[in-house]
Design a protein around this ligand. Sequence first.
Ligand SMILES: *[C@@H]1O[C@H](CO)[C@@H](O)[C@H](O)[C@H]1NC(C)=O
Ligand SMILES: *[C@@H]1O[C@H](CO)[C@@H](O)[C@H](O)[C@H]1NC(C)=O
Length: 297
Amino acid sequence: MARIPSLKSLNAFPHAEEHLLKKTYSGAIVTILGLIIMFTLFVHELQFYLTTYTVHQMSVDLKRGETLPIHINMSFPSLPCEVLSVDAIDMSGKHEVDLHTNIWKLRLDRYGHIIGTEYLSDLVEKGHGAHHDHDHGHEHHDEQKKHEPTFNEDAEKMVKSVKQALENGEGCRVYGMLDVQRVAGNFHISVHGLNIFVAEKIFEGSSHVNVSHVIHDLSFGPKYPGIHNPLDETTRILHDTSGTFKYYIKVVPTEYRYLSKKVLPTNQFSVTEYFLPIRPTDRAWPGNCFISPFMLR
Ligand SMILES: *[C@@H]1O[C@H](CO)[C@@H](O)[C@H](O)[C@H]1NC(C)=O
Ligand SMILES: *[C@@H]1O[C@H](CO)[C@@H](O)[C@H](O)[C@H]1NC(C)=O
């Protein structure tokens, strides 16, 4: 084959000279180090790519007419269930009696064990009366009878059973869910459902109402990973006074979007708490708890 000298210059992969192809120890070390660095960088990049980030985004809430679910689970270690009532009022003055509610009251003994349940189908109308579904056959006061200032047998029986419960150190856990309108309003867990005369007879003065409570859970919708409900595991024990605990709550509607594009509508909230001690001159009875969910709209 005839050699064309100019063709040789087109060789893109010229053979290196012999001394450049020698394998050396230092060369091997550099190669290994290089591989290690490449591998580390690759792993880091991959990790970075695979991490899930939570992205926060704020927007105006355009939802209308939806209800706000309130999940409660709280215990009153020193108040029997018979004296506790739950009620809710919104700004329009509407009493949440016809809304879907699912509240249970569990009787607790002095060691915190459950000894009975009672289902509240309706919320108490303020200043009116209680309508309870109960399965324990306790003597409950009737709506009309509660308005009567005079004592009758039912009231006497109730006072007796409550006093017995107080002596036994009975407490009550209130838990369940209640749906309210998304407007400013409040709900109370208190002894306000009691007739004032009955209350006077039971506690012998409003300063003896022990409103100590533990909030196990208070939330406004389903939980998502990383949600912080500021009132969970809040313990308020009073030793020598009584009064009203007020929790002012601001609810912020929240949507949690999963990577799968599934949306979980829920709510976050912030809380301001204060305690209003009862004064001897007060005629008012301590409300145990006054929680007002406010919507930011
Ligand atoms: C309420 O809280 C108590 C104490 O943390 C817990 O044992 C109980 O299971 C809770 N009840 C509900 C219905 O979540
Ligand atoms: C109120 O109840 C709590 C919890 O049971 C108890 O620790 C506290 O001593 C009680 N306070 C009074 C004044 O009896």
